[in-house]
Design a protein around this ligand. Structure first.
Ligand code: ACO
Length: 325
């Protein structure tokens, strides 16, 4: 029986021009290039300028994704932005993006699931497209984590960077089979018992301040590989695919050791992993679409490829998606 699927029409990314290397960070806090590379795989990250907001990065990524799709903003009737660093407490940053793109129809809203945000946003948009309520969606992950970092805390400030990535999804009738093009499944999980292991110590309703990111790194690390493999195995179970069928594994880029550990546990070959953490650091909700944009730009990602996405982050939240490009 035929089925409406959310097909990826385009992908784009945007990174603020300013880069900061590990060596430059070592001039501000007691750390070293060797420590950061060995523990995380990160070598440098992009940092937004004062006048670059999350919406600025997101709009650039959205325009790149629309260009890649050969579409215009007039085609879009849904914008779902994943971010934990909105321009303002409200309105949703998605409406700023909508207005700046000149879109006056449909709906635009934000989704907040920290580093898993992009897959949560993708799943949300997918449901609306499958229902027929909307036809064409921009799903964006955009962050300016540099604004919520405690730049005196070496245990966190070396890990993150700023950036944005976006995909254009279109609802397309498909045969309703395993070989369909588009999003085949999204699997979402949360467990709020772990909410104090990775959080921001401020907010409108608690302190009235923005706050800074705090993390029990070891606890996050301990939980990550198990959570990631669980949710990926769930995606395999639902779709009938296995690790051998995957063309590209595009994980959330938090730490190379977590990525390699998960891939090894799942039996995914190292040459199938798209890695950007060395150049971008952890850009939270932006990391997966930025990695997709990289794989698209360098010619790896092609029509028909089976792409596995995965993320884990604050909450804890974790999620996977299987997409036929
Ligand atoms: N430079 C040098 N030394 C450091 C630094 C640094 N930047 N940071 C910590 N250290 C020191 C510690 O003080 C400690 O010193 P001590 O032994 O004298 O006490 C030592 O290094 C070891 O510290 P650990 O915290 O035990 O280091 P660990 O091996 O666990 O690595 C890390 C830390 C990289 C943070 C790791 O735990 C990790 O990657 N965790 C997962 C984090 C993550 O992925 N977070 C993102 C989740 S996604 C999201 O939602 C935002």
């Amino acid at each position: 029986m035929s089925k409406l699927r959310s097909v990826v029409r385009g992908v784009g990314g945007y990174l603020p021009p300013k880069t900061v290397t590990n060596k430059e960070l070592a001039e501000q806090v007691s750390t070293s290039d060797e420590w950061i590379v060995q523990r995380t795989g990160i070598r440098e990250r992009h940092i937004a300028a004062k006048d670059e907001m999350t919406s600025t990065l997101a709009i650039n990524a959205a325009k790149a994704a629309l260009a890649d799709a050969g579409m215009t903003a007039a085609d879009i009737d849904l914008i779902v932005l994943a971010t934990s660093t909105p321009d303002q407490t409200f309105p949703a940053t998605a409406v700023t993006i909508q207005a700046e793109l000149g879109i006056t129809r449909g709906a635009a809203f934000d989704v907040q699931a920290v580093c898993s945000g992009f897959i949560f946003a993708l799943a949300t948009a997918d449901r609306y497209l499958q229902s027929g309520d909307f036809k064409c969606a921009l799903v964006i992950g955009a962050e300016t984590f540099s604004r919520i970092l405690d730049w005196t805390d070496r245990t966190t400030c070396v890990l993150f960077g700023d950036g944005a990535g976006a995909v254009v999804l279109e609802a397309v009738e498909q045969p309703g089979e395993k070989t369909d093009q588009g999003i085949l499944t999204t699997r979402l999980r949360s467990d709020g018992r772990h909410r104090n292991k990775l959080y921001v110590d401020g907010g409108p309703s608690s302190t009235g301040t923005v706050g800074h990111l705090r993390m029990e790194g070891k606890e996050v690390f301990k939980y990550a590989v198990g959570a990631i493999t669980d949710v990926i195995e769930d995606a395999f179970r639902v779709t009938g695919y296995t690790a051998d069928d995957i063309t590209w594994f595009v994980p959330h880029q938090a730490n190379k050791r977590i990525i390699d550990g998960s891939a090894h546990k799942l039996g995914i070959a190292p040459e199938k992993i798209v890695i950007t953490v060395d150049k971008h650091g952890n850009t939270s909700a932006a990391s997966i679409p930025l990695a997709l944009a990289q794989a698209r730009t360098d010619g790896r990602l092609k029509k028909g490829d089976l792409v596995l996405l995965e993320a884990m982050g604050g909450g804890f939240t974790w999620a996977s998606a299987l997409v036929r490009w």
